[in-house]
Ligand binder design. Structure first.
Ligand code: SF4
Length: 382
């Protein structure tokens, strides 16, 4: 990232303490201002989603134009994806949770891409069977958040290629190798699957416009580290006769070990809460999680703690504070020293266990209809 020496954020690497405003400026994205949030609130009716209210989503590209179109009666659709290399953890749910909320409020279609092909090409240690099998497992978890079966469509890459390929042919011709090499850092040894995958990842952004024969704008909620991926898509959109996808960017969700991101690349399983972690493992991970607390109880009571650096506070902020009152109570109690880390962890664990129980039930139910969401045929020949 040019111009920044303190931190690095790319689709493949996040390092250092991130200054999110500076990152936004470096990426050239727009601020998710209070005025724009108010427009989202008015368009969706009722309260904003906590991820918007609490500033987890903080940046965007072209959201105002998308809302302008929506106000004039031009509905948009949502798009997000998952590269299936293992079980999902709670931070993977952040983009999907916002999509689910938009779908519930506005009844818009949701397109999910499961990139089992890309994960096979990118991860030498995974077999085809493993990426396909994780793809299905991950899809159950995503759908269990509460997506509407009638409005949710899945591109499961290895099974949906007949639906994707006619458009991928056109997309691929617009992307020079020099662009993907610069954006993704491809080496001479990079396999050619990953090179072509760039086209496949862009296809869902245009697919509804192609299928319906009219302009259907796209909104992609994603981590800000993923912005470079979609710059390629935005650059080619108009040349293909489709609108540029709008983006909503979230901050990175910190890991339980105190790292910037809840990533488990390498051997860091304790940095994340996996959705298939048994109860005892969840307990252990949260009890051992990095906090912003003080060295002693006496010090914490006297000086208070620092929620902003605490991985447990990040859990409250992103999912487990059920109301703004609860979120304020935790944040104020932490800062003032009236809430101690042990008690705070007990409270959040109660909520995590309750969520895991509800989620397991919902996950069983979606298995009845998950297959019906997978798109396997193209709407028409090109
Ligand atoms: S009281 Fe809670 S939020 Fe505050 S530092 Fe301790 S664990 Fe984190």
């Amino acid at each position: 990232m040019p111009g920044s020496e303190e931190f690095v954020v790319t689709p493949y690497e996040v390092k250092g303490r991130i200054d999110y405003e500076r990152l936004r400026e470096l990426f050239g994205t727009q601020e998710l201002s209070p005025e724009l949030l108010e427009r989202v609130r008015a368009a969706t009716g009722g309260d904003l989603h906590p991820l918007l209210r609490r500033g987890v989503y903080y940046s965007h590209r072209d959201l105002a134009a998308l809302l302008d179109g929506h106000a004039k009666g031009h509905p948009f659709f949502l798009y997000s994806g998952r590269g299936p290399s293992g079980p999902l953890h709670t931070s993977h749910l952040v983009p999907f949770e916002l999509c689910r909320w938009f779908q519930e409020r506005l009844h818009v279609p949701m397109y999910i891409q499961i990139t089992d092909d890309e994960k096979y090409w990118a991860r030498g240690g995974l077999t085809r069977e493993e990426t396909a099998s994780w793809g299905l497992e991950n899809l159950y978890d995503i759908l269990a958040l509460g997506f509407d079966p009638k409005r949710t469509h899945v591109f499961f890459d290895s099974r949906s290629i007949a639906a994707l390929y006619p458009l991928a042919i056109r997309v691929a011709r617009k992307i020079p190798y020099s662009t993907v090499k610069a954006v993704f850092g491809f080496e001479p040894s990079t396999n050619i699957g990953l090179v072509f995958y760039t086209a496949l990842q862009s296809v869902p952004c245009f697919w509804p416009s192609w299928a319906e024969g009219r302009t259907v704008p796209c909104l992609i909620p994603c981590g800000i580290d993923q912005d470079p991926h979609f710059r390629v898509t935005r650059d080619i959109a108009e040349g293909l006769g489709y609108p540029k996808p709008a983006l909503l960017h979230s901050q990175m969700i910190p890991g339980l070990l105190g790292e910037n991101v809840m990533s488990t690349t390498g051997d860091r399983a304790d940095n994340a809460l996996f959705l298939n972690d048994p109860k005892a493992v969840v307990d252990r991970k949260v009890r051992n999680a990095f906090t912003g607390g003080r060295a002693t109880v006496e010090e914490q009571r006297r000086l208070g703690a620092t929620p902003e650096v605490c991985s447990v506070w990040a859990l409250w902020r992103t999912r487990f504070a059920e109301s703004e009152e609860k979120f304020r109570e935790v944040t104020d109690g932490c800062r003032s020293g009236t809430l101690l880390c042990g008690e705070c962890k007990s409270q959040v664990l109660e909520r995590i266990h309750a969520f895991y129980r509800r989620h397991a039930e919902a996950r069983e139910k979606v298995k009845e209809w998950a297959e019906s969401t997978i798109v396997t045929t193209a709407p028409k020949p090109l």
